[in-house]
Design a protein. Structure first.
Lengths: 337, 337
DNA sequence: TTGTAAGCGTTATCAC
DNA sequence: GTGATAACGCTTACAA
């Protein structure tokens, strides 16, 4: 049932129907009412495709992620979806699974679907396909993907990794620790080096020497954290505390430590990064730097929608936004003090 | 850059371009090559909207969820997305957050977007908006939402809750337990009564009396599991094992039990349901009934796409599919034996 | 093998 | 106020 069907039924032209449904002031109240009621009765639903075709915008945004099942990403997407819908936008979701072909296909698909803008919550695509992304010709917001420079269309939003690393470390120092380890992930990610830098900032400020043997590299997952334990303890002056690249690593470390018979947090204090849902459910509950995930999704979406209404030139104004994570103190770093 | 731009450049009609790009055999190899190369050079991207308009299908499916951040749902969506894309379909994601207005808006939006089919991974929408869903006039697959009856368009796919409850309980019986608790969630969900039924099946078969005082109701989350502990232990003959409605409840129960100084699994064996990612990371690692989440997403998508190619009548063939969860034995139910 | 023309469901620009 | 008419980008008979 289309606009024309209603027109026939109401014995008016289809343009009048279009106006009536669009609540145009150009049509008399009488017919407007009549047509709207009729549309309702006939079960009319406007065809978004057709409308987009003439309007030149689809009121749809594309969201590219590596893995939807990643809890961090899922929460960001949640924020994006909610905000988008509150503004009348639909969300087209694509997951790349870190496979190059899918990444390209994803971008191509979004281009074909004529999305009005794109949010990328996936480091890989953001980092590797900047040029490709730019080719869509619509604004792009990178979430937690290091954009070295905002491009013509590309903007970014990310957590302040350095500040987070610093807060985490300061917290441990304040708890009285001086042998604090940083359990890193492979150095290919900018977020890793920034968290490390924050860690060093805090140590320097407190006058604690930075000891490279306290920085151990893992792969950033649960088992990585587990594997890190022996390295923390086998050095001359063992670590009494650890700041981990992320919560999964921290939880792995905790798991190994408890299995080894250590009392936490007395024997080893642990702080993570992210505040994944499970952080509060492990024992001891994990102290961590909370990334405001859904909030980040919300802000990214607002940035994106902002660029859609602003004139082109203004786009270059909001380029790179940094949000701060919040230290959440729980049991793994010591008793409340 | 549209098909007409290419036509002008190639000095052919736009229909020839359309055919060439569609790889029609009606156009000579020569011009086909020439046009395809030209399209490439000019950076042409077909307009999916326009194509849908004439073809009458959008090659897009809608996915309705309550919360994307729910790890179970996120994994199902992962499976859906992957499968959909492998078949050339795009995914429009809507989350209802269990709010009635959003649920209605979601359905209406998908209708406007003219999706070719819908997958609902959200009990509420599936249960409450069946009629509304049917009005979209496209096939709908309900995942783990109890569809009492498949309708004209509505099909369903869900895990075999009764079988799962039975496997879990049998496992505990086999481990030598006779005082086995079922930690339920509120009875409003069909899945709960089915898991309970499976639990009773297993007890009956083993000749163990079903004791109502062993069935405790919680709200199905972490803290619910925690609250359940005292009830399991305060009864005359305390439980030595518990089958929990889901993993979150089980993990809550484990948390409370360990805090109370119990040795697990010696003092209390615990089995969950779902196999959320964290099940293997808690201590002791959780024995559970694994729902094949992404596999379910995949199958739901295949069912949906199946109905899109089949003639209408055949739709009534595949209506309700039940998949079985798999018992995954880990430390929480006892040592390997 | 190619071109012409109609049409998909809208909105927008004209006249009347 | 309302109705023709064109246009958005594409596919597809029907002609040539």
């Amino acid at each position: 049932v289309s606009i024309k069907d209603i027109a026939r039924q109401a014995e008016v032209s289809h343009s009048t129907v279009s106006r009536a449904l669009g609540n145009s002031p150009l049509v008399s109240e009488g017919t407007k009412d009549r047509i709207q009621r009729l549309a309702q009765e006939m079960g009319y639903s406007p065809d978004a495709q057709a409308r987009s075709l003439v309007l030149g915008r689809t009121l749809t945004i594309g969201v590219v992620v590596t893995y939807i099942a990643d809890p961090f990403i899922a929460q960001v997407v949640q924020g994006i979806e909610t905000t988008a819908h509150d503004h009348g936008y639909s969300v087209l979701l694509v997951s790349s699974q870190a496979e190059p072909e899918r990444e390209i296909a994803a971008v191509e698909m979004l281009r074909s679907q004529r999305v009005d803008g794109v949010i990328v919550a996936s480091s890989r695509v953001g980092a590797l396909y900047r040029d490709h992304l730019e080719r869509i010709g619509v604004p792009v917001i990178l979430v937690n993907s290091m954009a070295e420079q905002g491009g013509r269309y590309t903007h970014s939003l990310g957590v302040d990794n350095r500040h987070g690393g610093r807060s985490a470390t300061e917290h441990l120092i304040q708890k009285g620790h001086r042998r604090i380890s940083y359990v890193a992930r492979p150095a290919d990610l900018g977020s890793n080096s920034q968290r490390l830098a924050g860690y060093e900032d805090a140590l320097n400020e407190a006058g604690i020497p930075v000891d490279p043997s306290l920085v151990v590299e893992t792969h950033g997952h649960f088992s990585g954290g587990r594997q890190a334990l022996p390295q923390l303890l086998s050095i001359v002056e063992p670590a009494t505390a650890a700041f981990c690249y992320n919560d999964m690593t921290a939880i792995g470390l905790i798991s190994a430590a408890r299995e080894a018979g250590l009392e936490l947090p007395q024997d080893l204090a642990v702080v993570g990064f992210d505040d994944i849902p499970f952080a509060s459910y492990v024992y001891p509950a994990l102290t961590t730097i909370a990334q405001p995930t859904s909030e980040m999704g919300r802000r990214a979406t607002e940035m994106l929608l902002g660029t859609l209404v602003e004139p082109r030139e203004a786009n270059d104004l909001v380029t790179d936004v940094v949000v701060r994570g919040q230290l959440v103190v729980r049991g793994s770093s010591g008793p409340a003090s």
